[in-house]
Design a protein around this ligand. Structure first.
Ligand code: GLA
Length: 423
């Protein structure tokens, strides 16, 4: 139960929308409640998650909320305020009816269906519900609105399941990282993208004033201070979305898998006495030093992909060291380097992202910036001194439109808490 005063604003708005939108005589069970989950930024560690590596995300003060009531039957009726449309999901027949239901749902509701399907597959039984879906995570804007809707769905199902399963407490049915893994599987079946666990874990594990270091292999995590007074996290959206992103993402993932398996064979042949070489399963297992010695044996494209990932994992650990010392301003140079690697070696940036990073680079007081997320559009993350934010905003306003013909959207975010619910 949460105090109404501390409910995120979109939760209050969603609660206000429910009664006017669902006023028929549905067979309701129990009162009105709300559940929500945040979007995220990723400070550093891009495209490392599906390489079993490390990421350093921060949940932000933007959420997607469900407000509604449990039903006595097995219907889930949803209204999205952003898309201004209803969607209907039937719990009966899942998981078998997944493909047929997915085909007739709008894309936002496919994420909800994905989570519900994975909960059913995990053996959880729950009743239907009606809910309004409302939020302030920019949709498709690089703060992972899809992970936020997935994690909020899991919270909503728990809330409206009236005790049939729980999340989070020590003896709960699901621990937060298990919910993240379940939502990651939901994302795969909903979107067809073989994404890593970064976005869902970031949403599940958020804490005010903290970044989370996540080991994407063991799923162990720990919190690092990120309440740096005097510094701001600025997210700038290129307002470019490219269809190519999904197929390019899956292609990068396959290239990394191929590079890891080739490096295992190369290293095993070159150093048979070192038994750990045979155990290389992912790029995470290859050190910078091994890569410097044997990377040249890879075909050129795979060499660039692997080189970026191995260096990026190292940058995550360097950033962790700096945050532990409270040296936030020294994180900046690592962000520029991360961007250069994503642009030149991993090749997931684009003209608009590079333009935003170049503009940021000329603003004194911007300590570092880089593209964030999958790439080919979406947004950049900028670490700036508070007093540089307005100058950055002006520079983007003046130059981005002139250079790209597009308008960028600028958002200043804070490190905020994870999912929640209230009756
Ligand atoms: C997307 C995916 C994540 C991660 C990032 C790149 O956001 O959903 O799993 O791979 O791209 O770091």
């Amino acid at each position: 139960m949460s105090d109404i005063d501390v409910l995120p604003q979109p939760v209050i708005a969603a609660l206000g929308l429910f009664a006017p939108l669902f006023h028929d005589d549905a067979p309701y069970a129990g009162g009105v409640g709300a559940a929500w989950a945040p979007g995220r930024v990723n400070l550093i560690g891009e495209h490392t998650d599906y390489n079993d590596g490390f990421v350093l995300p921060i949940a932000v003060d933007r959420v997607i909320a469900f407000a509604g009531r449990a039903r006595e039957d097995t219907q889930v009726r949803l209204w999205s305020s952003h898309f201004a449309e209803y969607a209907l999901i039937a719990l009966d027949g899942l998981p078998e009816s997944f493909d047929e239901q997915r085909a007739r749902l709008p894309s936002w509701a496919r994420y909800v269906l994905g989570v519900i399907t994975e909960l059913v597959r995990a053996g959880v039984r729950f009743s239907g519900f009606d809910a309004v879906v409302h939020g302030d995570v920019p949709v498709g804007g690089g703060m992972s609105s899809s992970a936020a809707i997935e994690v909020a769905t899991a919270q909503a199902c728990m809330l409206f399941s009236r005790g049939s399963f729980t999340i989070g407490a020590q003896d709960a049915t699901f621990q937060p990282v298990e919910v993240a893994a379940l939502c990651q599987r939901a994302e795969h079946i909903a979107s067809g993208v073989r994404s890593g666990i970064l976005d869902q874990a970031a949403s599940c594990l958020g804490r005010p004033g903290k970044a989370v270091l996540l080991d994407c292999r063991s799923l162990e995590y720990r919190y690092l201070p990120f309440d740096a007074p005097g510094f701001s996290l600025v997210v700038i959206d290129t307002n470019v979305r490219r269809e190519l992103a999904a197929s390019a993402y899956n292609e990068r993932r396959s290239q990394c898998e191929e590079a890891a398996s080739m490096l295992r064979d190369i290293l095993t042949r070159a150093e048979p006495q070192n038994s750990s070489n045979k155990a290389i399963r992912a790029l995470r297992d290859v050190t910078q030093e091994q890569f410097a010695r044997y990377g040249s044996e890879l075909p050129a494209t795979l060499r660039r992909r692997a080189g970026y990932v191995i260096a990026e994992d190292e940058r995550v650990m360097e950033t962790v060291g700096l945050l532990e010392k409270g040296a936030v301003e020294r994180v900046g140079p690592l962000l520029w380097l991360s961007h250069a690697g994503l642009r030149d070696d991993y090749e997931v940036s684009c003209f608009e992202l590079d333009t935003l990073v170049e503009i940021a680079r000329q603003v004194p007081g911007v300590l570092g910036a880089r593209m964030m997320g999958g790439g080919f559009g979406g947004c950049t993350i900028n670490l700036a001194r508070e007093d540089a934010v307005e100058v950055l905003r002006q520079a983007v306003d003046e130059q981005y439109l002139a250079r790209t013909g597009l308008r960028a959207s600028i958002d200043v975010c804070r490190a905020a808490g994870g999912p929640g619910s209230a009756i």
